[in-house]
Design a protein around this ligand. Structure first.
Ligand code: SF4
Length: 253
């Protein structure tokens, strides 16, 4: 298993906190009681899992809003950025700009170990021959290690983004291969593109510089292209390969 240098910085899980299952039940009950995604996010960070949640952000086209919502609740919530080594330089610059703009105090670059890269992708071309294996090497395994100290994580996925996400709940209970379980919050699951745009403008959030150049969804540079008029927002991700997800979002209970 990859062990990120950021791992040791994680909050130590403490027996005083509820299990992931118990936390999920609490949050699910709050959702059934009518709390929306923003209210659930606040409850999760402040009351249900304080110090036990991390956010995972690509610092992509729509990342700013979720990070802004988190920052206004608690800017010290850890934000994990998967440093795949294949990002656009614009994304790396935006990561710095946005973190400073929002006052985020704990953005963590999580990268694959050098030994894992040397073994699994010595030429750096694995993305071309086997993108699933490349995502596993550069994203999935480093994220698993980085999240091992947390009872839950926060995702910015939305239902409208793809058919594979159109039933996305606000709160999930994720089961890992190890049998370990984690809460996953999707506070923006039911937001649509128009609402996102309006809220981002109202908050005067800086935009990723590639958005105005035709990139509505931004991942690694070698696996992302600009999209044309009428194309799905995620059509430029792994274009032509049939791949639609990187693999960090797992089966849920
Ligand atoms: S998005 Fe592409 S380059 Fe990035 S980890 Fe996945 S396959 Fe590799």
């Amino acid at each position: 298993m990859d062990m990120s240098p950021a791992l040791d910085q994680g909050y130590a899980r403490h027996s005083a906190f509820p299990s992931a299952e118990a936390a999920f039940e609490q949050l699910h009950a709050l959702e059934l009681a009518g709390l929306d995604g923003r209210a659930l996010l606040r409850e999760a960070i402040r009351s249900v899992l304080p110090g036990q949640l991390a956010s995972v952000s690509s610092f992509g086209a729509e990342s700013a809003l979720l990070l802004s919502l988190i920052a206004e609740i608690d800017p010290s919530v850890p934000v994990i950025f998967l440093e795949t080594g294949k990002h656009f330089p614009e994304t790396l610059a935006y990561r710095e700009e946005l973190a400073a703009h929002l006052g985020l105090t704990d953005v963590r670059d999580v990268a694959p170990r050098a030994e894992a890269l040397a073994d699994g992708d010595p030429t750096g071309e694995l993305w071309y021959f086997d993108p699933d294996a490349c995502c596993a090497l550069r994203k999935v395994r480093p994220l698993d290690a980085a999240l091992s100290g947390f009872a839950g994580w926060i995702s910015g996925r939305k239902r409208f983004q793809a058919a594979s996400r159109n039933t996305l709940p606000l709160v999930e209970l994720e089961t890992l291969k190890s049998g370990e379980r984690r809460v996953k919050l999707n506070p923006l699951a039911d937001w649509d593109a128009a609402r996102l745009k309006t809220e981002m403008q109202a908050r005067d959030l800086p935009a990723h510089p590639l958005v105005e150049r035709g990139y509505p969804s931004i991942g690694c540079s070698v696996c992302t292209r600009a999209v044309g008029a009428g194309e799905d927002a995620r059509a430029g991700r792994w274009s032509g390969s049939g791949k639609v997800e990187c693999g960090i979002h797992r089966v849920t209970a």
